[in-house]
Design a protein. Structure first.
Length: 307
């Protein structure tokens, strides 16, 4: 996986972030953010193609993979999407990128949403895969959604209940959650699956990922409420799975248009893990969308002015 990519550990804002990166120097930067319970390995089919035309940076979010897993507090603030977003901004600044695109899936897309709200001048455009806004999904919960996304309500239980249950057999928990969400199939590259299971066998990764969800159900919603009527100002492309829960339970475009000024998107023929099921289509859609929103400049002009 990721042939030709450099691997680094870069300081975030209170966490050390593991990063895979590649692409032509001077090309527009794209940061790709993964979901739960995965790592940056989920971009194995997308990142190498994007890296032909963009500088591609694939971090493991704090708490996941090979990134550090800070201790938490009573309100879960170290695992708020605000804290995770600060890591990405610090990491990108260290790499010399003060303006960038974001492609993000699942939990990573929730980090992207907060990053775009807190740091609107950093993001040219973003593509979000198979989510609707967190606050609105919790508010719109019904029996159908709760049954399908049972992990949302299990992982937020008080420490150490989910940690102990998952820790008794992390491999089978991972497969139960992820294979079920992929329609009972295994869409994962063997090398990627090995990385996921190895990372998730770490008790600290289990703890941190539970904290990610606890934050989502509490402090992240508080941060959303503090935004008032403020919306994402950069263009947003939302793509969701036609054979997934977002399609079945929510009106993704309507919900995103309540949280962002400029939104386009549609359902694609895939399940939740669409970047690994249809990586070619996801790559093309990202590259086209980003190219159309190159801060009103073509790629060559952009590269020359951002050396």
């Amino acid at each position: 996986m990721f042939q030709g990519f450099v691997e680094d550990w870069i300081d975030g804002e209170g966490a050390k972030i593991f990063v895979r990166r590649a692409g032509p120097l001077g090309a527009p930067p794209v940061v790709l953010l993964h979901g739960y319970p995965q790592t940056s390995a989920m971009w194995n089919g997308v990142a190498p193609i994007l890296a032909q035309s963009f500088q591609v940076i694939c971090p493991d979010l704090r708490g996941y993979g090979r990134s550090s897993k800070p201790p938490t507090d009573e309100v879960h603030s170290p695992y708020s999407k605000r804290a995770m977003a600060q890591d990405i901004v610090a990491m990108m600044s260290t790499l010399g990128h003060d303006l960038f695109f974001i492609g993000a899936h699942d939990r990573g897309a929730r980090v992207a949403h907060r990053l775009g709200l807190d740091h609107p001048k950093k993001v040219m455009a973003m593509t979000l895969l198979d989510i609707a806004p967190t606050r609105e999904m919790y508010a719109g919960t019904n029996a159908k959604f709760a049954t399908a996304y049972w992990h949302w309500f299990f992982l937020i239980q008080k420490h150490p209940i989910p940690e102990q249950i998952i820790g008794a057999d992390p491999d089978n928990f991972w497969k139960l959650k992820c294979f079920n969400q992929a329609g009972g199939d295994n869409p994962f590259l063997p090398e990627a699956l090995t990385e996921y299971l190895t990372a998730f066998s770490n008790p600290e990764a289990i703890r941190a990922s539970c904290e990610d969800y606890r934050a989502a159900a509490s402090i992240d919603i508080a941060h959303d409420d503090q935004d008032g009527t403020r919306k994402l100002s950069m263009p947003v492309q939302t793509l969701w799975a036609k054979r997934g829960v977002i399609e079945a339970c929510f009106d993704a475009l309507d919900l995103w248009r309540k949280r962002a000024d400029c939104v386009e998107g549609e359902a694609l023929d895939a399940t939740h893990y669409m970047a690994e099921e249809i990586p070619g289509e996801i790559t093309v859609r990202m590259a086209d969308f980003f190219s159309r929103h190159m801060t009103d400049q073509d790629p060559i002009q952009w590269a020359l002015s951002n050396k």
